[in-house]
Write a protein that binds this ligand. Structure first.
Ligand SMILES: Nc1ncnc2c1ncn2[C@@H]1O[C@H](COP(=O)(O)OP(=O)(O)OP(=O)(O)O)[C@@H](O)[C@H]1O
Ligand SMILES: [Mg+2]
Length: 220
């Protein structure tokens, strides 16, 4: 299996003299499902932000495929990976769900192979969004907003997915839709990284589990 991310002798801290990660070693496979667990405040969101190029200035080796992350532009990175942010409103780019998905599609239009409208309709149907498609985002519930962001991910199906707390705020029906989507992607050789503080998981679809501990990452 090919790693999409390789960390070696990797360190990062927000403050100069206070490292959050120290001498971290990790390989994340590009075509499997990886789960990284950790307590609140252990650094899960920070790791997601580093992997999607939102944070820079690390020390040590940090590769995306075989390219040094610090040599890649945000555009280079966003062609390979997509991030679902933990702060759910941080994923929304428009006033209504319908506009939001259209903007996502236009941003990545060159990558779309199927008919745009049909693809968008399939995403709306999967997450049962028809009844609130034209409502303003500020009138939607947390779970409805999360559904917009999960539907937008489907428009980026060919990229590696980095999902920061993807199951939080979802009911059991939506959890199983998302799990099935992740399984289906894996069967097509597209990998996913799930980051979560939860320790109870249906692990049948997860290939590797790690835990953030003592500024490093250990295999569980
Ligand atoms: N922009 C920032 N500047 C300084 N410190 C930060 C910043 N963002 C996060 N931190 C600190 O880094 C540590 C890790 O935060 P992070 O958000 O990565 O944790 P987390 O594991 O995702 O937590 P949670 O389970 O609550 O989502 C925390 O101590 C946090 O206060
Ligand atoms: Mg977090």
């Amino acid at each position: 299996m090919d790693p999409i991310f390789t960390f070696s002798d990797f360190s990062f801290g927000y403050l100069k003299h206070e490292l959050l990660f120290h001498d971290l070693e990790l390989k994340v496979n590009s075509n499997s499902v990886t789960l990284i667990q950790g307590d609140n405040g252990s650094g899960k969101t920070t790791l997601c932000n580093l992997m999607s190029g939102l944070l820079t200035r690390h020390k040590g080796q940090f590769l995306l495929e075989n390219h040094n992350m610090d040599k890649l532009s945000k555009k280079d990175i966003s062609e390979k990976v997509v991030l679902l942010k933990q702060n759910i409103l941080g994923n929304i780019v428009a006033a209504t769900p319908e506009e939001d998905l259209i903007i996502w599609q236009e941003k990545f239009r060159r990558k779309c192979s199927e008919d745009d409208n049909e693809k968008r309709m399939k995403a709306f149907q999967l997450y049962n969004m028809e009844e609130f498609l034209l409502k303003p985002v500020w009138e939607l519930s947390h779970g409805q907003i999360k559904r917009i962001t999960l539907a937008a991910l489907l428009l980026n199906s060919k990229k590696f997915w980095i999902l920061d707390e993807p199951f939080s705020g979802l009911d059991s029906k939506l959890i199983s839709i998302l799990e099935n989507t992740i399984k289906d992607r894996k069967n097509k050789n597209f990998g996913t990284l799930i980051v979560s503080h939860r320790s109870e998981f249906h692990t049948d679809f997860i290939d590797e589990i790690y835990r953030i501990e003592n500024q490093g990452i250990l295999k569980v």
